[in-house]
Design a protein around this ligand. Structure first.
Ligand code: NAG
Ligand code: NAG
Ligand code: NAG
Length: 439
């Protein structure tokens, strides 16, 4: 208590870090505010969640492709919404509210390598990014900035669908070994430099800096872990989407396993444990790492050649299944309430057809994740296979994070959890389940 008072007197911001409190970082994709119908998440819905969160991450800001200034990606909503969100601190005084930049939302058709350009930019241009960030953060009363830079992603492995075998001889070309950025070494150094300048600037005005490692951005290429970790309050590993229907249209598999399942030619780095080990072995303090958990599932369309067992790796899939009714904008993505509404509670219910339920297979080993599916009809339609973390499995992951001594968990994101309580009447069941496993 004395320490708490002292820190208040000194005005030190990062209380939670000083106390080593377990973090529950809640991502909020503000585009959910613009969704229609039941998928629209408004501030009142959000408030239900905030009793559980230590941090709220507002997603997402972008960078201007010419000036590299931090900017809103949707001025019409953000000009009011930034303030509406940071005002929530009045009701949740211990909540830290960060603005995240990138997050795979800053899509610029004419310039796909903006974030590499920022790394390569001269000092004047980088200062634009830093200064504009400080202005945007302070004028909207954010507590800090989260870097979710859209750096090039690992190439997914291609499989030969019709033969159902991997092109082993071409493995070098078609696995993650395929080089996507020949200047990765240089970019890694540039990232370190930018981060060090940025953190110095933000610290001088008492703003925090955190980082999100986006799915399939290879940490080995871009992050000089020992040199960058001290600049961040914490690092969120978005350790999911290792396989997705858009990246891996021809085969379906667990999209966010905890452990490596060394069968069927899987790649050893596409799992949570490998990613955590990588950061730890490179001297990142364990309590600075937060384990990212997705509240949505990834859904593939099955063909008649995919079989009826559903056991992954599922062959001969046909890319993404249609998105859910609520979040129809993203192919192959189903929110947790959309998944739960499809899962049959009735073992004898019809098994085929458009409205047929999907059957859940629980991972009794608690290692790889759950999935649910319905095979394709004889004419090849309506087949669906979805990999997802339900509240139970999200809890298993939170427990794993705790037992590994991590700093906490990061949920991606609140808008895909069942914030209306449509599944069981319980609002934010995934968030609650995670919270129940954290001290
Ligand atoms: C830095 O880069 C910007 C944009 O490319 C350019 O306009 C400017 O002249 C450069 N400044 C210096 C000092 O090199
Ligand atoms: C980065 O990619 C290489 C080559 O595919 C892989 O061996 C390595 O494990 C990856 N690193 C991480 C942290 O995933
Ligand atoms: C389960 O599904 C079967 C077949 O569609 C149906 O006849 C039965 O009434 C259902 N049972 C319940 C409890 O809904």
């Amino acid at each position: 208590m004395k320490l708490f008072l002292l820190l208040c007197v000194l005005g030190i911001h990062s209380l939670s870090l000083v106390q080593g409190e377990t973090k529950l970082v809640c991502y909020y994709d503000s585009s959910a505010f613009l969704r229609q119908g039941l998928a629209k998440l408004d501030v009142a819905n959000l408030e239900v969640a905030l009793q559980f969160c230590t941090h709220l991450v507002y997603g997402y800001a972008g960078i201007n492709r010419e000036t590299f200034e931090l900017q809103s990606l949707n001025v019409d909503i953000d000009m009011f919404h930034y303030g509406d969100i940071t005002k929530l601190r009045a009701r949740f005084p211990r909540l830290k509210i960060l603005l995240s930049v990138g997050g795979d939302h800053d899509l610029d058709a004419s310039e796909s390598n903006k974030y590499l350009n920022l790394l390569e930019a001269n000092a004047t241009t980088q200062q634009n990014f830093i200064d504009s960030s400080m202005i945007l953060l302070r004028s909207n009363k954010f507590d800090g900035l989260d870097l979710a830079f859209q750096l090039p992603k690992n190439k997914p492995r291609k499989v030969h669908g019709t033969l159902g075998t991997y092109w082993k001889s071409f493995k070098k070309l078609f696995t993650g070994n395929y080089i996507v950025d020949i200047n990765a070494e240089v970019h890694k150094e540039q990232y370190t430099e930018l981060v060090s300048k940025l953190s110095r600037a933000l610290k001088s005005v008492d703003l925090s800096l955190t980082m999100t490692v986006l799915p399939n951005v290879n940490s080995t290429w871009y992050f000089d872990v020992p040199k960058i970790v001290n600049h961040f309050d914490f690092i969120n590993l978005a350790a999911f989407d290792f396989l997705t229907p858009l990246r891996n249209p021809e085969e379906a598999d667990y999209s966010a396993p905890i452990f490596f399942l060394d069968e069927q030619n899987r790649l050893p780095h596409l799992n949570i444990e490998y990613q955590l080990n990588y950061w730890q072995q490179n001297h990142c303090p364990t309590n600075k790492l937060n384990l990212g958990i997705a509240s949505y599932g990834r859904a593939w369309k099955l063909s008649t050649d995919s079989g009826v067992s559903g056991a992954p790796v599922v062959p001969s899939t046909q890319g993404a299944a249609p998105g859910g009714l609520q979040i129809a904008s993203t192919e192959g993505l189903l929110s947790w309430p959309e998944i739960c509404s499809k899962i049959s509670q009735n073992a004898t219910a019809a098994y085929r057809g458009h409205n047929a339920p999907i059957r859940k297979t629980t991972d009794l080993t608690s290692k790889y994740g759950n999935y649910a599916f319905r095979p394709a009809d004889e004419d090849g339609e309506h087949g669906l296979w979805v990999s997802y973390d339900d509240p139970d499995f999200a809890g298993i992951k939170a427990d794993y994070a705790k037992r590994r001594g991590l700093g906490g968990v990061a949920l991606f994101d609140l808008s895909y959890d069942d914030f209306r309580g449509l599944c069981t009447g319980n609002k934010f069941p995934i968030l609650r389940s995670i919270k129940s496993f954290l001290p």
